[in-house]
Design a protein around this ligand. Structure first.
Ligand code: CP
Ligand code: NVA
Length: 313
């Protein structure tokens, strides 16, 4: 039996508000440290030397894979990529057996998959920390980067940062609900009927912070400090793309919507994006956009998470 209870990161709610706040401070310190190192002051620090992270991808990825792999390397550790087509998972080996086997080799497991229950099953059977790299329900690693981007822009106290979510009540919307409750900001979600966020997560967040669900994107965006959206058809919903495009008519984040937000408002998107669908090119490539800072912050925020789970706490 391990001497200490392992910590998993299956949703943002696996962190307390204080842990989340200190993780975001550390993420910014790591970013600053990396910039200094690249400027010549190279550090020999390797806090995760000898440690390995298995990364199971049952869905595609660019940012999550590269940021975890590079993050482990920068911390002195190593990452191992597994997918359905290159492992026995794709031939039906159970998640429980996979968890037990990987626990004998590696110090942590990151998984991107469909069902949240599969991630929970992996965590139950693994003797090492498990990180959720996206499920149909939530995408907590993305919110670490999004919150880091908000703190860089607006400071540590996010209580006066109303966020407008425009679009699908999907894994990102659910994660924004968790984030709003933990960091204490207002969240307004504009979702078409039939595309609301997860009711249990919504109820949990509503009991902790100010949440509005509306069918009117302009109502959500007005006076917001962050306007954010995501694709209308997530991974696994490709067959619904046409029906969703019809349902989401009027939900494109455009310049008019951004002009109605506060003067200092920023636009965030987890990426990949579809210009001309959920966001105009003028917004995502314009003055409001922080999407590439946000994408870069995946690296720094996840390094802070890896140190929290696998390192010195
Ligand atoms: N935002 C995000 O998770 O990107 P990837 O799908 O490329 O990992
Ligand atoms: N909602 C999107 C997020 C991609 C990072 C999806 O699940 O495909």
């Amino acid at each position: 039996m391990p001497s200490t209870i392992k910590r998993d990161f299956l949703t943002l709610r696996d962190l307390s508000p204080a842990e989340l706040a200190s993780l975001l401070v550390r993420a910014r310190e790591l970013k600053e440290g990396l910039r200094s190192a690249k400027a010549g002051a190279r550090s020999a620090a390797a806090p995760l030397a000898g440690q390995s992270l298995a990364m199971i991808f049952r869905k595609s990825s660019t940012r999550t894979r590269v940021s975890f792999e590079v993050g482990m390397a920068q911390l002195g550790g190593h990452a191992v990529f597994l997918s359905d087509s290159t492992s026995q998972l794709g031939r039906g080996e159970s998640v429980a057996d996979t968890a037990r086997v990987l626990s004998g080799y590696v110090d942590g497991v990151m998984i991107r998959t469909f069902e949240q229950a599969e991630v929970e099953g992996l965590a139950e059977h693994a003797r090492v920390p498990v990180i959720n790299g996206l499920t149909d329900l939530v995408h907590p690693c993305q919110l670490l980067a999004d919150l880091q981007t908000m703190t860089e822009e607006f400071g540590d106290d996010l209580s006066d940062c109303p966020v407008a979510w425009i679009g699908d009540g999907n894994n990102m919307a659910n994660s924004w609900l968790n984030a709003a409750a933990l960091a204490g900001f207002e969240l307004r979600l504009a979702c078409p009927k039939g595309y609301d966020p997860d009711p249990a997560i919504l109820a949990w967040a509503e009991s902790r912070t100010r949440i509005t669900v509306t069918r009117d994107p302009s109502e959500a965006a007005r006076d917001a400090r962050v306007v954010t959206t995501d694709v209308w058809a997530s991974m696994g919903q490709e067959d619904e793309a046409a029906a969703r495009a019809a349902a989401f008519e009027g939900y494109c984040v455009d310049e008019t919507m951004m002009e109605s937000a506060r003067d200092e408002a920023i636009f965030l998107h987890c990426l990949p994006a579809h210009r001309g669908e959920e966001v105009t090119a003028g917004v995502i490539d314009g003055r409001w956009s922080r999407v590439f800072e946000e994408a870069e912050n995946r690296l720094h925020a996840q390094k802070a998470l890896l140190l929290f789970l696998l390192g010195d706490g």
